[in-house]
Design a protein around this ligand. Sequence first.
Ligand SMILES: Nc1ncnc2c1ncn2[C@@H]1O[C@H](COP(=O)(O)OP(=O)(O)OP(=O)(O)O)[C@@H](O)[C@H]1O
Length: 312
Amino acid sequence: MSRCLLIVNPTAGRERAKYFKEPLKNQLDTMYDDVEMRITTGPGDATDWAREASLTGFDAVFCMGGDGTLNETVNGLALAGRSSITFGFIPLGTVNDLGRALSMPLHPEAAIAGLKNAHIQRVDIARANDRYFVNTIAAGFMPEAVSHVSIEQKTRLGPLAYFLTGLKALQNHETYLFKIENDNGVYIHRSPLIVIMLTNSVGSFRNLAPAAQVDDGKLWVGVFKDCSYLDMIKAIPEFLAGSPLSSEYMNLSTTTHLKITLIDGTLTTNMDGDKGPDFPLDLEILPSFLNVCVPSAPPSSLPLVHLLPHKG
Ligand SMILES: Nc1ncnc2c1ncn2[C@@H]1O[C@H](COP(=O)(O)OP(=O)(O)OP(=O)(O)O)[C@@H](O)[C@H]1O
């Protein structure tokens, strides 16, 4: 008998789960013999429940929520250490980078419908100290600024809210001294922003690590250069047009292990959109850890305009 756990965050994505949780349960009922739906009551539930399901022989764990719920659920699966379990997610949040990288429908109704013709895709995750992430970990002026984006701004502007806030922060940005130890050596960099990426979608932008694949077994390390405000402003039109960010602005390299020490100052990290672990960071890739059930996109779907919020 096949068993599936469905984890639903009722607060994610402006509390939209109430409209989609029953249709999702009904769809999963056609795919598994026994589907148990649990509604989270706060931080930590998704991690505990995903871990428990993985350790007690469930065949699949699905979650419905934003990037925070996705990250918490993946942390539970990673802590259990069983990479054979099927994992699925229905995005409700603002950005949904993993959903974008997997080219799955971003609207919950379309994603649920797409489960009828889903395929399995192996996806890398990475460990950062004692936690795990699926998209990015970043530190510098941009994550500091976007941590203050309000729910109202996210609702009104979608991913554009992050971009505009980051743009504002660019004006008086600080730089930080980092020691970076990777597969190739040890380097000292003064940088305003470091981003470690697993996918080609970062805050909905595809131009930071455009060649990143979800299963390439690599950490993509972007170290921004200490450019002037005017130089950075000059790069924006091309960036918005989708061109890969030039090496004039950012050093991009790949590695499988990485240690980052903050030599001066204090800085928090942002992991998959929420507060991440403290420095020093010890990172390693877990290649193809996730067995993701990816809903198919409708054949007639038009390309998504990535900066606009999707309607609920
Ligand atoms: N019942 C609950 N009440 C309050 N918070 C909850 C509850 N269940 C889960 N949470 C927490 O809600 C937080 C936000 O969830 P999530 O990131 O999935 O949604 P979101 O903020 O709407 O999405 P995004 O950040 O992608 O825009 C998570 O950190 C999670 O731990």
